[in-house]
Design a binder for this molecule. Structure first.
Ligand code: GCW
Length: 637
């Protein structure tokens, strides 16, 4: 019953809706497959005679993907100049009806996306497995295509309903075979289906594909044969998929090939691809997730490599930057590149799948974390003033770019529940909603998801919203309080292992990050240490650099703090650390207590499956506390 996630449209709404809505008119410039999809979506709720599609749209209908909804005595008109806009209008209309925000008194509303590219990144492999996937195997059944799976359309509906307009089908650790003709034909079938939902298809490209799949001796981006290979590949792709979105590239990172391998730069690599995609309107999204080689502090590497390249990338090339400088930790300060690439297109990369945050086991709502990043005042135009409300938040930096996007590493898989549990889909939902409008409130988004998924019973909704809105704080406390990071187990990044010495590289090992010793704890990134602070605008750098002004949530990220240093609570670091780990466990228990209040108000098997998750979460929170407190306290003796 929950396999439709937030598109269930159940719970006695139909009667209420029939009282409010006499007729729905869709108004758009031209007929299109996307407009037909909008009609089909309305038909899931309303009888066909209620719906009228109109060809000649209103002159003043919103442009692009924006839409307006107007109510005149029960006749609702949803208009946009584009089919995509109407489709988003229809999904918004249905959502608002179901959560009770559209009633007799409703007059109208206008909405349009703040960020133009809203993408899912699937780390799905050719063999059907998913890197860092916790909800089963890949949704894409490559060996069965061209046979079509029912879930392709279900996927497109879910994505479109929250405003997603692009999807990268395969893992950034990309198999070159995805660019072979056989796989491009299969990709074209998915693209044909998703097109009707206003979703553009992209592929991750292996930079050495001319070697691995083309049989050339080199993939040097300045080599003529290599360039010819990519130019022909682009022509081949666009012959099959005329609206192909472009390439996502992980280059010179964690063993992936890239231009550095051939003595060239990121700009050489990205611009070559950009030039061959440009005639067709395609883009290149070049990831900035690079580390190692010549930086003593991993957190500094991406900025060090990319900042000097600002201004050299083509207009249809963007740099995709993770939210923080290390790697999708439970909490990181914002990535300094968001304040530094003034002349380059930028994508913010978020991770919906919970690689470092309890994976498929813990209920952790990521909306508040993403808001912390999007609201982060990163760009300080004057450089001298105090970091304040006046500086531009990351969301605004993106909004003002000509080429910008938000990408989410998807948590979807082929399990019945799609995302790993009955609660994990809240993250997919909120990712879509925030990528559409980063100024939305997380609590509102949580409430929307709760009503759409669990129904209108207020006591259930309140419990669900409480669980969601408190879960991230709980997780940060029981895993990595006060700015700690990367202290997970080596193999799968799951569970605590602060003393782990496994792994070939120093910057994979927890002790590299926490730097615990007899004196104190934390990575010194101040001007006396690695000086990562100076990658931020002056006012922010000053704020982070001073142990007295550095926000406590980032304290051990930026400072090596003496064990007896006194914090805002008047506790010493030693005591505060112990206190926070324990508070995390208590908060995890509180999540479970809230859930227990809904027993008997939701179907029993659903109740039980969530309870089982929360039991595991509480047990693992205990484990985090026990392991970390014992480990760190050893240094204080
Ligand atoms: O978070 C790390 C993951 C890798 C991932 C890499 C990346 C796709 O552990 O599995 O590889 O980041 O983002 O490229």
């Amino acid at each position: 019953m929950y396999d439709k996630l937030w598109l269930r449209y159940e719970g006695g709404y139909i009667e209420t809706i029939e009282k409010i809505v006499r007729r729905v008119v869709l108004s758009c410039r031209q007929r299109s497959d996307v407009l037909n999809t909008a009609v089909t979506e309305l038909e899931t709720v309303f009888p066909a005679e209620v719906i009228i599609g109109e060809n000649a749209g209103e002159e003043h209908a919103p442009t692009g993907e924006g839409f307006s909804i107007r109510n005149r005595n029960g006749v609702f008109t949803i208009s946009s100049q584009t089919g995509g806009g109407v489709l988003y209008g229809v999904f918004a209309f249905l959502r608002l009806l179901h959560i009770g925000k559209i009633n007799e008194g409703f007059v109208g509303l206008d909405d349009s996306p703040k960020i133009s590219r809203r993408m899912l990144n699937h780390w799905d492999n050719l063999d059907g497995s998913i890197e860092r996937g916790y909800a089963g195997g890949s949704l894409w059944k490559w060996d069965r295509l061209p046979k079509v799976d029912r879930r392709y359309i279900d996927y497109a509906r879910l994505a479109a309903s929250v405003g997603i307009n692009g999807t990268v089908l395969n893992n950034v650790n990309a198999d070159a075979a995805f660019l072979s003709h056989t796989y491009l034909e299969k990709t074209a079938i998915l693209a044909d289906m998703f097109r009707a939902y206003n979703i553009q298809v992209f592929l991750s490209a292996n930079f050495a594909a001319p070697v691995n799949s083309g049989g050339l001796p080199t993939a040097d981006p300045l080599h003529n044969a290599v360039r010819a290979w990519w130019r022909d590949k682009a022509a081949e792709i666009y012959a099959l998929i005329p609206d192909f979105g472009g390439f996502l590239v992980k280059a010179d990172s964690e063993g992936q090939p890239g231009p550095y391998l051939y003595g060239r730069t990121h700009v050489d690599g990205a611009n070559m691809l950009a030039d061959f995609l440009a005639p067709y309107g395609g883009i290149v999204i070049w990831r900035a997730f690079v580390y190692g080689h010549g930086e003593s502090d991993r957190a500094k590497k991406a900025y060090a490599d990319f900042k000097p390249l600002d201004g050299q990338f083509r207009d249809n090339a963007a740099v995709q930057v993770k939210n923080g400088p290390i790697d999708f930790q439970p909490r990181e300060p914002v990535h300094p590149l968001f304040g530094a690439m003034e002349k380059t297109g930028l994508f913010l990369e978020l991770q919906i799948t919970q690689e470092y945050l309890g994976q498929g086991k813990h209920i952790v709502f990521l909306g508040p974390m993403w808001k912390e990043i999007l609201n982060f005042g990163i760009r300080d135009p004057h450089g001298e003033m105090q970091a304040s409300q006046l500086s531009d938040p990351v969301g605004k930096v993106l909004e003002e770019k000509k080429l910008a996007g938000i990408a989410g590493v998807s948590n979807t898989g082929d399990n019945d529940d799609w995302c790993g549990s009955l609660f994990h889909s809240a993250n997919l939902f909120s990712f879509g909603r925030l990528s559409w409008d980063w100024t939305l409130s997380c609590t509102d988004i949580a409430r929307e998801w709760a009503v759409l998924t669990w129904g209108r019973d207020l006591s259930v909704v309140d419990a669900v919203v409480n669980i969601l809105t408190h879960s991230w704080d709980a997780c940060v406390d029981y895993m990595t309080p006060l700015g700690l990071h990367h202290i997970m187990r080596y193999e799968n990044h799951d569970g605590p292992d602060p003393g782990c010495e496994q792994g070939e590289r120093a910057d994979w090992k927890p002790p590299y990050y926490h730097c615990a010793d007899a004196k104190g704890l934390g990575f010194d990134r101040t001007r006396k240490g690695s000086n990562a602070v100076d990658q931020y605008a002056r006012s922010l750098a000053d704020l982070f650099d001073n142990i007295e002004t550095c926000p406590e949530k980032y304290l051990l990220w930026f400072h090596h703090v003496p064990w007896d240093h006194v914090l805002g609570s008047r506790r010493t670091l030693k005591d505060e650390l112990t206190f926070r780990y324990h508070r995390g466990v208590e908060s995890a228990k509180q999540l479970r207590t809230w859930w227990k209040q809904v027993e008997g108000r939701v179907p029993h098997d659903s109740y039980q499956s969530v309870l089982n998750k929360l039991d595991v979460q509480v047990a693992e929170a205990h484990e985090w506390e026990a392991v970390c407190v014992a480990y760190f306290m050893n240094f204080t003796k």
